[in-house]
Ligand binder design. Structure first.
Ligand code: HEM
Length: 514
């Protein structure tokens, strides 16, 4: 009897071992494979561009696949892919992007946006992590996101915008002066605006004086641009999805090095900030920067994550929007004239533009900017992964599916925006705008994970426009339609947005000219 027990014990041990291995295989291999097969079967009937059975749309997006392609090709193809997919989907039902065998569901209809983007427990798709923002607000998972969002939200409330606008004014009032040697010839203000928006956000969130650390700021711009581009390259090539493999590619190596360099830079910004604050500590509560606030709620790692997130999210988006708004003005002299009138009525001569309430009284400026953000949203698609199944336009989207919301398409829905390609600020008159569903205008996202900096962004755009427009009249060298677009993480013009600035010597003369 005893003998039998001793024989069955090792057997029992091996049985448990087999069960553990079987469970492990089930969890790591079998379950995900079955889930994937189920999704492939479920989504294969949805609208999509012609695809390869195994590689899906990867060759369309990344022409050298399986080898890394040139970034310019990927970003242009990506935009073209979106355009063709949406334009061939007449009823705005769901579409699919097939990254190999992996489906990404594309939505654009405002009802679908409402169904997906109002969910709170959302994760971001896998490729967001390539942007290098770690657990910063944009990329963090729901549990950490809730804590950090609650902590950071007070920093961006309206009361603080009144202080931000004063800081913005300090930088932006210098811009017309800097442009004086560039008048009467075609220019793209990309570098000037890009540097300037970075200087402001670093001043606002990290107390870095506008003129300090010039070299570091230039390097930051280059590094963030390069990381954004490689992130897109990684997303479009499954071989680059694995951290372990990117080390075998030159771009992968330089990407990792760039991430390290950004971290080092953030440390040096923090060091510099310490010195600045010791020399001149903030006097009023509104002068406290974001780092002050973060230090109360998180450790040094968390503070750095949020610092780099707000710097990355808070300069390029504003910069691209501003370039588009100036370019659009240069193509619409009538709109420019009306805006100019409004601006000089509220801010004649060199009146400082740091009066929050007066800026908000410029209602046409607000409508004009909304129209510009509708037609040229700097972020043209955003991603979601839901933790529950959701029914969208009659089709079930399973939990854990990658979903892209295509903002450019949401903003050109003809049933919401008649004559959608027309640049028409009048759409935003109260009697018209009251008919536009909130989920149909989403340049700053929608729902709980919307843009935390949207008031800041709108205010900054307004201050820039007031300063530039009251000093210069603007003509564009091309039409908006002739500018090809490319899709990196943000949507960018693939050609310079050239404008010609002319000094407004004399207001009366200018009125006649316009
Ligand atoms: C015109 C300028 C801007 C545009 C078009 C824009 C657009 C967006 C969009 C579409 C999202 C949602 C992303 C998603 O759901 O995945 C977002 C999120 C975010 N934006 Fe902006 N943004 C702008 C300016 C700013 C500025 C100035 C800041 C900071 C000062 C900022 C900080 C953030 C942050 C931290 C998030 C993540 C919010 C969260 O998940 O809780 N953005 N932005």
């Amino acid at each position: 009897m005893d003998h039998n027990i001793w024989i069955s014990f090792p057997k029992a041990i091996s049985l448990v071992g087999y069960l553990i291995i079987a469970y492990f295989i089930h969890i790591t291999l079998l379950k995900p494979t079955l889930n994937l097969l189920h999704k492939i079967y479920h989504y294969h009937g949805l609208h999509c561009l012609p695809k390869n059975f195994l590689f899906g749309h990867l060759k369309l997006l990344s022409p050298n696949f399986p080898f890394p392609s040139n970034m310019e090709d990927i970003s242009r193809n990506m935009y073209t892919w979106f355009e063709q997919t949406i334009s061939t989907n007449k009823d705005r039902s769901l579409s699919v992007m097939w990254l190999g065998l992996f489906p990404v569901i594309i939505i654009s209809d405002h009802a679908a946006v409402e169904a997906v983007m109002t969910k709170t427990n959302v994760k971001k798709p896998f490729f967001y992590k390539y942007i290098g923002l770690k657990n910063g607000l944009i990329t963090s998972d729901p549990s950490l996101w809730k804590i950090r969002r609650k902590a950071i939200e007070p920093f961006f409330v309206t009361k603080r915008q009144k202080h931000f606008v004063k800081l913005m004014e300090q930088e932006i009032r210098e811009i017309p002066e800097k442009l004086l040697n560039q008048i009467d010839k075609p220019i793209d203000m990309e570098h000037l605006i890009h540097t300037s928006t970075l200087r402001i956000i670093e001043r606002v969130v990290g107390s870095i004086p506008l003129d300090d650390l010039k070299e570091e700021k230039e390097i930051t711009l280059d590094l963030l641009t390069s990381i954004e581009q490689i992130a897109m390259k990684r997303a479009m090539n499954p071989l680059l999805w694995f951290d372990i493999l990117i080390n075998f590619f030159e771009t992968g190596k330089s990407y990792l090095k760039n991430l390290e360099r950004i971290e080092t830079l953030m440390h040096s910004y923090m060091e510099h900030r310490k010195k600045v604050i010791t020399l001149s500590p903030p006097k009023q509560p509104e002068e406290y920067d974001l780092v002050h606030l973060l230090e109360k709620h998180t450790d040094q790692t968390g503070t750095l994550e949020e610092l780099v997130t707000s710097i990355a999210a808070g300069h390029e988006t504003v910069s691209v929007s501003l370039r588009w708004t100036l370019f659009s003005l240069g193509n619409h002299p009538e709109i420019q004239k009306r805006l100019y009138h409004e601006i000089i009525e509220h801010f004649p001569g060199d009146t400082p533009t740091d009066d929050f309430d007066k800026i908000n009284a410029c209602t046409y400026l607000d409508k004009f900017l909304k129209e510009s953000l509708r037609l040229n949203p700097p972020v043209h698609f955003i991603g979601r992964v839901l933790d529950e199944d959701v029914k969208v336009n009659g089709t079930k989207i399973f939990k854990d599916t990658n979903i892209f919301i295509c903002i450019t398409s949401t903003h050109r829905d003809p049933s919401i925006y008649p004559d959608p390609d027309k640049f028409d600020p009048e759409r935003w008159n109260p009697e018209n705008s009251s008919k536009i569903p909130k989920s149909a205008f989403i340049p700053f996202g929608y729902g709980p994970r919307n843009c935390i900096g949207y008031r800041y962004a709108m205010m900054e755009l307004k201050v820039y426009l007031i300063h530039i427009l009251r000093k210069f009249s603007i003509k564009s060298t091309r039409t908006s339609e002739s500018i090809p677009l490319k899709s990196e993480i943000s949507l960018k013009p693939a050609l310079p947005l050239e404008i010609i600035l002319t000094t407004r010597h004399n207001i009366n003369q200018e009125m006649k000219d316009l």
